[in-house]
Each structure stands twice: as C-alpha cells, then as structure tokens.
Design a protein around this ligand. Sequence first.
Ligand code: PMT
Length: 225
Amino acid sequence: HEVADLTGKHVLISAGGTREHLDPVRFLGNSSSGKQGYALARIAAARGAKVTLVAANSELPDPAGVQVVPVVSAQDLYDEITGRAADADAIVMAAAVADFRPADVVEHKIKKTADGAVPAVNLVQNPDILHTISHDRARPDQVIVGFAAETGDTDHTILELGRAKLERKGCDLLVVNDVSGGKVFGSDLNEAVILDRSGSALPVPSGSKDALAGVIWNLVATHWS
Ligand code: PMT
C-alpha cells in the first residue's frame, strides 16, 4: 500500500504479552512476541495514520514514526488504553492479556524452605480491556478490533468460539487466530478469519503479519466510510 489513506486518523494499538508478577523476579506471562501488533502499527503509520502503540514486554525495536508506550501488567495496559481511548478513531487489541494475576505480589524473592513446602498462588481476575472499551465507548464512531487466540475444544470449533467471543466482547471486528500447536506466537506468519457483527467471516490465508495488518486496516477504513 503506497497510498496514505489513513491520514488524519489516530489509531491506538496494543501489542505483546502482559506480565503478572509473583515476586520481583517471577511472573505469569503470555506467549506473545509483539510482532502482530507492531506490524499493525508499522502499516498504519506507513498509510498516514497517527499511531500510538501500547507495548507489553516486547523486545522489538520501536517502529519509525510511532509513539510507543511501554507497559508491564494487564492493569497498566488497562490504564493506558482506557486513558487514551477518547482520542482514538480505532483501537486494535492485539496484545495477549493475562485474565488473572496473583492476589498478592511478594516484596522479596520467594525462597525454598527446608521442609520442602510448596507455596500456593491465589489468583484474582484482571479487568477485561476489550469488553470495557467496547461496552463503554468513548466515541460512537470508533472502530474497535479484538483478536482471539483459539485452540478449539472438544465441543466447539475455533469459529464457534470466535463468534461467541465477538458477541460477548462487543467489538466491531474479531481477528480469530488458530494458535493450536504453538504456531503464530513469535512467527513472521499468521493466518486468520476476521469476523464482523453482520455475520460475515473473511478468511485470510497464511501470509506475513504485515499482510494481515493491511487487510485489517482495509476493513477498519470501510467501517469509517
Ligand atoms: O505477538 P505475536 O507473537 O505476533 O502473536 C500474536 C498474537 C497471537 C498474540 C495475536 O495475534 C493475538 O491473537 N492476540 C490476542 C491473544 C489473546 O489474548 O486472545 P484472548 O482470546 O485471550 O483475548 C481476546 C481479546 O480480548 C484480545 O483482543 C485481547 O487483547 C483482549 N483482552 C483479553 C483479556 C483481557 N483481560 N483484556 C482484554 O482486552
């Protein structure tokens, strides 16, 4: 895409995987390199958009011309996304967000004890960012895109799970990734089906994360016009 068709638009993107600390050195994390979210940021900037990228624990270099806001935990990500939502014409949640965090963060590194006792970890729920920004829209004209990393289960196909998730989360578009067998995470390739609220399902065959990002921005631009 050589055309600057996203000029004048401000897009807010999340990328990477949140970390929920147990102690100063250990965390519960998500398998995300940030590549898909960074690809969305790079392509949007190349097409003329003003881009804010809220990046959770990614080691990728900052894309040129993109404002990068680093975060660690799901709560940090929630604060940055909800705080910036009113400024955004579109929000794309490509980050892998931990649904749970340890109830307590221990101040000092957890140590083994002589009696061999194993510590228990109690979890509490994190806020659902996509659900919050979709149900409590900062602007009526805003386009909100979620991702779903699915593996299917014994009773449901990946698409059935995606449809239910689109409904529950309340976003406009849901990009459903098949992550069974660990594919997608860290890879330069992705393959997805993009669902919208009218019931359509657009399959995007295996290709680069940049190519999938381009298809997503085309659909977002259609919603704006
Ligand atoms: O970073 P890469 O290595 O390139 O990998 C890309 C990816 C697989 C991480 C990405 O394409 C992807 O699918 N991201 C979403 C993964 C995910 O967490 O899916 P989910 O089904 O748990 O969440 C659904 C949606 O709700 C996501 O948009 C997520 O950002 C959002 N969410 C989830 C939980 C939560 N507490 N708040 C949220 O906003």
